[in-house]
Design a protein around this ligand. Structure first.
Ligand code: GTP
Ligand code: MG
Length: 370
């Protein structure tokens, strides 16, 4: 049910919270100013104070967000989004470096990935693929979950000299929970201790039956160090993407998911957004979770300034009024006033919910003591 904290209600009516508490007391309700009351009670209080209550529901405030369903004729093919997952040190970043002909892994602090990297690559066959690199360290569960939730395909990297490990299993669970197909990349095949058969049999215990074991999950033996099997892995991705028939409508307002966000000393709040539908352009006004902004600049994965980003493109977005949370959804809206209204409304709703939850705990604690 809808609730509002007494203090907040008082603020909105420009009345003293103590007076609101008194008025509630008269109605037979013993609540403190930090507790929440339901919407019906709030309405009575508002009338008591001679104000008029206007209920604002989600649908009223948020209806400006374009929820148009794309008709088939507006849909065009888009690049697959592929998330690389697996246990720590199994070679995810090295594999992606090999694919991108880049060198990120060796520059990482302690050789450990601590954030989600987003890149776009053109494969030798000319296909565009968006890759997300996730950390394998046990501490980064939420990043792996997020990576699995915005992706079309998961490439599960398993080191052939180490086989299936805890975060391998975790990644399988994330992929299954998100309903995303898996391609297994058996890495470090250049090592003498490589035992790909152990990897395949280990996977059986987690209901991953690879093609080499007559199942339907593609498996490819690779080495990030020698480059062996990389072309086969890219082929496997193309094949899987073809089956998925991925499409989006680039000719509508942009929407996407925040993969990561941070407060940059020089540039202010920066969000890495994966555009999922439509096209995001410089100058667009948007809401993203409880924040809003106007796109001041868009930067691609190479740090170059671009003017627009279509479906499946990862971009850094500058021009936010604050730092959004990873996982927030970005929507383009028509005006700044609407953007501000939606962001404020969401912030307030969250605060109210938190306060209500807090009040409930206090009450429980009181009851427990009594
Ligand atoms: P996290 O992101 O921290 O989970 O690690 P990661 O999975 O990205 O592993 P990373 O690419 O950082 O590689 C870990 C170590 O394995 C590094 O020392 C790499 O040089 C090594 N490595 C990666 N791929 C291969 C490979 O194909 N063969 C061999 N021999 N070593 C590899
Ligand atoms: Mg890494």
């Amino acid at each position: 049910p809808e609730t509002i904290v007494v203090q907040e209600l008082a603020n909105r009516m420009a009345e003293r919270a103590a007076d609101v508490v008194k008025s509630l007391m008269k109605m037979g309700m013993m609540v403190s100013m930090n507790q929440a009351i339901d919407a019906d009670t709030a309405e009575l209080v508002i009338e008591e104070f001679g104000h008029k209550a206007v209920r604002v529901s989600d649908s009223d405030v948020e209806q400006v967000i374009d929820t148009v369903v794309d008709s088939e004729e507006n849909l065009l093919p888009r690049a697959p989004v592929v998330t690389i997952m697996g246990h720590v040190d199994h070679g995810k970043t090295s594999l992606l470096d090999r694919i991108r002909k880049a060198n990120i892994a060796t520059g990482e602090a302690g050789g450990i990935t601590q954030h989600i990297g987003a890149y776009q690559v053109k494969t030798p066959s000319g296909q565009l693929v968006t890759f997300l690199d996730t950390p394998g360290h046990a501490a980064f569960t939420s990043m792996r979950a997020r990576g699995a939730n915005v992706t079309d395909i998961v490439v599960l990297v398993v080191a052939a000299d180490d086989a299936v490990m805890p975060q391998t299993v975790e990644a399988i669970h994330h992929a299954k929970a998100a309903g995303v197909p898996i391609i297994v990349a058996i890495n470090k095949m250049d090592k003498h201790s490589a035992n790909p058969t152990k990897v395949r049999t280990d996977l059986l215990q987690h209901e991953i039956v690879v093609e080499a074991m007559s199942g339907d999950v593609q498996d490819v033996e690779v080495s990030a160090h020698t480059g062996m099997g990389i072309d086969k892995l890219l082929e496997a991705i193309s094949l899987q993407a073809e089956i998925l028939e991925l499409k989006a409508n680039p000719n509508r307002d942009g929407m996407g998911a925040v993969v990561e966000a941070k407060l940059d000393v020089g540039r202010g709040p920066v969000a890495t957004v994966l555009v999922q539908n439509g096209t995001l352009r410089k100058g667009d006004i948007f809401v993203v979770g409880q924040k809003w902004g106007k796109v001041r600049a868009l930067l691609n994965d190479k740090g170059e300034t671009i003017t627009e980003a279509g479906p499946s493109t990862p971009v850094e977005v500058l021009g936010l009024n604050g730092t959004p949370s990873a996982g927030d959804v970005l929507n383009v809206v028509p005006t700044e006033a609407q953007a501000r209204e939606i962001a404020d409304y969401r912030e307030q709703t969250t605060k109210d919910k938190r306060a209500a939850a807090g009040a409930a705990t206090t009450l429980e604690q009181l009851m427990a003591k009594a």
